[in-house]
Design a protein around this ligand. Sequence first.
Ligand code: FMN
Length: 213
Amino acid sequence: MISETGVDGIELNFYQTPSDFNKDAKEIENEQINIVKEIKQKITIPVSVKLSSDYTNILSFIKKLDAVGADSFVLFNSFLQPDIDIVNEKHLNSLNISNDGDYKKSLRCAGLLFENITADICSSHGIFTGEDVVKLILAGSSSVQVASTLYKNGLQQIETIKKELELWMDSKNYTSINEFRGKLSKNKLCPNSYAYDRAQYVDMLLNAENIFM
Ligand SMILES: Cc1cc2nc3c(=O)[nH]c(=O)nc-3n(C[C@H](O)[C@H](O)[C@H](O)COP(=O)(O)O)c2cc1C
């Protein structure tokens, strides 16, 4: 019914904060894959899927959603999390606003997914500035979504982000996003680069003398 109103697309938001001890990962993931499959069979407008990063192997799960026809992925949603006021020993109602620099998990995922799935990648979470947007596009995103930066910096931040992106593109003589999208994705890096595989600190700390300067 919504697709018949003339909307350009639909975003499915898989709000998933497991609290059921008896439901395993496969059951949850299959349920979500079937939802996308069923919706794609019934409507023709694009269907985007917004996910949390909390899956055992987000890449394998996204690949399955890609195979049943998801047109894009919004990576990642952030959920409200509980917090506690220790003076009054009560739960707090806190708004989960992201922090500057929180985009790195989204960047990793965009860099790993680029050219490995058919769907578009829309990055979200902790994207605050035009510089952040440039980084996400270099990793492989086609677009971004922002929320927290608008709460912190006001709606005019959208214009600022666009201007910063344009300035950077001019400085590099790029005229379209496609000219640099995915340039720093895993697929485009030399085979022995481990930028997207690095997880431990030891090598970095042993080999980088200037890291804390
Ligand atoms: C005040 C606020 C309200 C939000 N409401 C929704 C919502 O209704 N549905 C949704 O999918 N995400 C909602 N989000 C999550 C955002 O869409 C986004 O996924 C998340 O905030 C990460 O992006 P950000 O770091 O730019 O805020 C909300 C976020 C904030 C801060």
